[in-house]
Design a protein around this ligand. Sequence first.
Ligand code: FEO
Length: 401
Amino acid sequence: MFNLTAISNDVLYVGASDRRIAKFENAYPVNGMSYNAYLVLDEKTVLLDTCDQAVEHQFFENVEKALDGRPLDYLIINHMEPDHCATLGNILNTYPDARIFGSTQVKRMIGQFFPKLNIDDRFEAAKEGQELNTGKHTFRFLMAPMVHWPETMVTFDLTDGILYSADAFGVFGALSGNLFEDQTHMWRDRPDEARRYYANIVGKFGPQVQNLLKKINALDVQMLCPLHGPVLRGDLTPYLEYYQKWSSYTPEENSVLIVYGSIYGGTENAAEILAAKLAEKGVSDISLYDVSKTHYSRLVSAAFRYRAIVFASVTLDTGLFPPMDFLLSELAHKNLQNRTVGLIENGTWGPMSNKFMTAHLEGMKNITVLDEKVTMKSTVSEDTLTQIQALADSLYAALQN
Ligand code: FEO
């Protein structure tokens, strides 16, 4: 049965949520996932994006009911990734007269994903600033390459002030009836999930997100309709401020994230002692994570949040502990920058982790590695305590600047 929600007088939400999904993109653990699509019922009908295969049945029932016998005149494809476009082929076959608008690269990608589909006489390559009038509404296309794929664009409805923002401003998690953020509070109460989505999905592309923010700031946007998560309305400043911070790699918390990799507990003990010493000095909101027990997407997200990060790792097979090695590779891949870093290494017969962790950090921009590094052998000794105190003092001093 259809399940429609009104966004405004003539705009309907026709998307749906998948609660069976374990990992979004087969990588990120989620508590469900929403795939948003929107249908505008103007003199012409307009569908903005399609949906993931997991919710195909619900999506098609929604579109059919929303159209109520009318033809689909236009399909706007803001983003061609299969979590939105897996159902595209069926939509185009079901509504053969619909004209398609998307960036130039969309056409090539349709050919890759749907090689049997001929759209030559239906596709129109959208240009930056090009407008489409559908009666009451006028839609303007704005390119947003690499937010999150190169073909991505966003569409601004000048009539309602709605920005259909593609992956930008998305959140992990299913929607539960309440479609608007001021009803779900998915950002207000759980910014960790909005940040985790941002850092892992578009975190690598900060400069491109900044370019999109400049375009958004030049518009009179009243509502943000992303492809995942709740619709944002009212005062959009808090959401835009989060995006400004994250995309410029500016930390949110003037505090310390400690991530440790420990085998027999010695490194863990050092990390716990460091956290206690920082707390003793008055540092609040410290976060401490076991790299082996925590999904890397949560650690990437935390790294985007904190101003200072301590990596504490055991040495394994004369190399870096694999979970820590992977995390640091991933942080470099996400272009993490502008952070103060402390290092702790451990090894019973040859502590070498700091060398390998430093090598990862040298590939990142504007990372200040504190001189007060800790080297320990097996367990925390009196000498280790002295080193940890020096690192705590140095971290504290860095947070004061
Ligand atoms: Fe939600 Fe980049 O796809």
